[in-house]
Design a protein around this ligand. Structure first.
Ligand SMILES: Cc1cc2nc3c(=O)[nH]c(=O)nc-3n(C[C@H](O)[C@H](O)[C@H](O)COP(=O)(O)OP(=O)(O)OC[C@H]3O[C@@H](n4cnc5c(N)ncnc54)[C@H](O)[C@@H]3O)c2cc1C
Length: 508
């Protein structure tokens, strides 16, 4: 196993660590109360007396899509690794979600086609998957998070950071409806979880720090979604079907579509195109695409089931990442999580799971385990009590008495960002690599792209007829294991062989 695959395995652990004996932080601030912010708040509850989540949307439990998460109306699949993290940080989450209306999903319920070829679904964990809408999932995460007595939501918008002597000492926020200059909040640690549109880079530059390097891959993805009443007489399945035309051929555009059963007897139906292939908001365009571009089941739903929503479109220009780990100077006591660090082509369903794994990185960092996990001794190990005390004295306003172990909070949280990088690299590799095959995507190409492309194409088609290969690949796409696990000589040879067998069988 490669070093980063080992780190990845530690981060994705299913076992929740016991809470530390002492909380080292007085107050932590989390900017943004969506998946990344809520998960970070949950982890922080083990380490801080008080966790304040600043979020402009007054989202009630069970509420629908909200303005701060405009993508919330679109299909959101929860990958296996994310679900295990939810059960890790909120014991019994899966059972509770099912009791609340989410649907369990086994491989038998899932049909998956790639370029018209059915790819068998395999069991990659011992827990059935969860099918639900995004607002349903988020509202349960929120409810479980707010059960921790130290966590509260402040309804308003973060407007800036407060940095003194090289460390973040708080943030400013404008409560909803308050047109004033904003309110200063003190904190021992601040987490930016404000999503793809995070303004942290601007805030850092305004304060004389550097913005992180921003890498973009222009995917130009266009989604359209509509919701239908699920009717077993039309389709007797709770199926999630995903169809990807990944290999563009003349006369055929790369397209993805899917439908997923959700709570309250609904199907959420998605059609997506790239570049100039833009689904419209009209029902006519939506139903035409369902009938014309996808298997008959799509047409059955749109023709025979009750429509429950408008058609909602969403355009995502790029996959993007901000590599905070590479910055030579960065304020201490500052964390960035979720889409604010990296956001990917959503057809791979990695975003929420990545945010959950960032929370696990935060836990490892605050417990002083990061250096051991990274095998680097890069400053994430136990800090002597005096060092922690001096860090608290140098600008952090309300730190609790230092615990005997944990990271040196007077230093930037580099060990945290090093762990996050492992997660970002893995998700980036798995999603941007196939996207490079899209005709309109100009790069950036990784080193050794052509050889890796040959292997990965063989792996994809080989996995259709090779159950072991399918299992290994599905564990990576489910974010349970690192993509390096597919690069062992044994798996590469197996991929080439199985790919050859598949092509021979299908040429005949
Ligand atoms: C079309 C589409 C489909 C997707 N499908 C999937 C999928 O199938 N599976 C999956 O796992 N992921 C999917 N994703 C990705 C997923 O939506 C994100 O990765 C995930 O929501 C990231 O969570 P986040 O908390 O980092 O950011 P977000 O969910 O974007 O939330 C950001 C939060 O910050 C708040 N905020 C913004 N500015 C401020 C401020 N100044 N102060 C305070 N709060 C602020 C917002 O109100 C919001 O609550 C999809 C994304 C898109 C665009």
């Amino acid at each position: 196993m490669t070093a980063r695959a080992r780190v990845y395995a530690s981060i994705t652990s299913r076992h929740a660590p016991p809470p530390p004996a002492t909380r080292r932080l007085g107050r932590a601030l989390v900017l943004g109360g969506s998946v990344a912010g809520l998960m970070a708040a949950r982890v922080l509850a083990d380490h801080a007396d008080e966790v304040l989540v600043i979020e402009p949307d007054d989202a009630e439990v069970g509420a629908g899509p909200r303005p701060g998460v405009p993508q919330g109306s679109q299909v959101h699949a929860l990958l296996a690794a994310g679900q295990l993290q939810l059960d890790r940080w909120f014991p019994g989450f899966t059972a509770q979600a099912e009791a609340g209306g989410a649907l369990p999903s086994t491989p038998a319920d899932v049909e998956f086609y790639i370029d018209g070829v059915a790819r068998p679904s395999v069991e990659i964990t011992d827990v059935p998957g969860l099918l639900s809408s995004r607002p349903f999932l988020e509202s349960l995460i929120r409810r479980r998070t707010l059960e921790f007595p130290g966590i509260r939501v402040l309804t308003g918008r973060a407007t800036g950071l407060r940095i003194e002597d090289g460390a973040v000492v708080g943030a400013t926020y404008a409560p909803n409806g308050d047109a004033g200059a904003g309110v200063d909040l003190d904190a021992d640690l601040v987490v930016d979880a404000t999503g793809r549109g995070s303004r942290l880079a601007d805030w850092l530059e305004q304060a004389g720090w550097s913005a992180p390097p921003l890498v973009r891959m222009p995917i130009k993805l266009n989604y359209a979604t509509a919701v239908y009443r699920r009717d077993p007489k039309v389709l007797d399945t709770t199926t999630l079907v995903n169809v990807s035309l990944t290999t563009p051929v003349p006369g055929r555009l790369p397209r993805t579509g899917g439908f997923v059963a959700a709570e309250d007897d609904r199907w959420i139906v998605l059609v997506a195109g790239y570049d100039q292939d833009r689904p419209e908001r009209s029902l006519e365009d939506f139903t035409t695409r369902c009938r014309r571009d996808f298997p008959g089941m799509f047409g059955d739903i749109v023709d025979h089931c009750e429509l429950l929503s408008d058609v909602v479109t969403y355009h995502q220009a790029d996959s993007r990442r901000r590599d905070y780990d590479t910055l030579a100077r960065f304020p201490a006591r500052l964390i960035v999580a979720g889409d604010a660090v990296a956001s990917f082509n959503p057809v791979y369903g990695q975003g929420m799971t990545s945010a959950m794994l960032h929370a696990s990185c935060l836990s490892a960092y605050l417990r002083g385990e990061a250096a051991d996990m990274l095998g680097s001794g890069s400053g994430g190990g136990a800090a002597p009590a005096e060092a922690a005390a001096s860090a608290n004295g140098s600008g952090a306003p309300s730190a609790a008495a230092p615990a005997p172990s944990g990271p040196d909070l007077s230093l930037p949280a580099k060990p945290y960002f090093d762990l996050v990088r492992v997660i970002v690299d893995a998700a980036w590799q798995t999603s941007t690599f196939p996207d490079l095959a899209l005709p309109h995507v100009p790069g950036p190409y990784p080193r050794g792209y052509r050889i890796a492309k040959r292997v990965s194409e063989s792996m994809l088609v080989g996995s259709v007829i090779d159950p072991e290969l399918n299992l290994r690949l599905s564990r990576v796409t489910g974010m349970l294991t690192h993509p390096d696990t597919l690069m062992s000589p044994g798996t590469v040879v197996r991929s080439l062989r199985s790919g050859r067998r598949f092509r021979k069988a299908n040429a005949a």
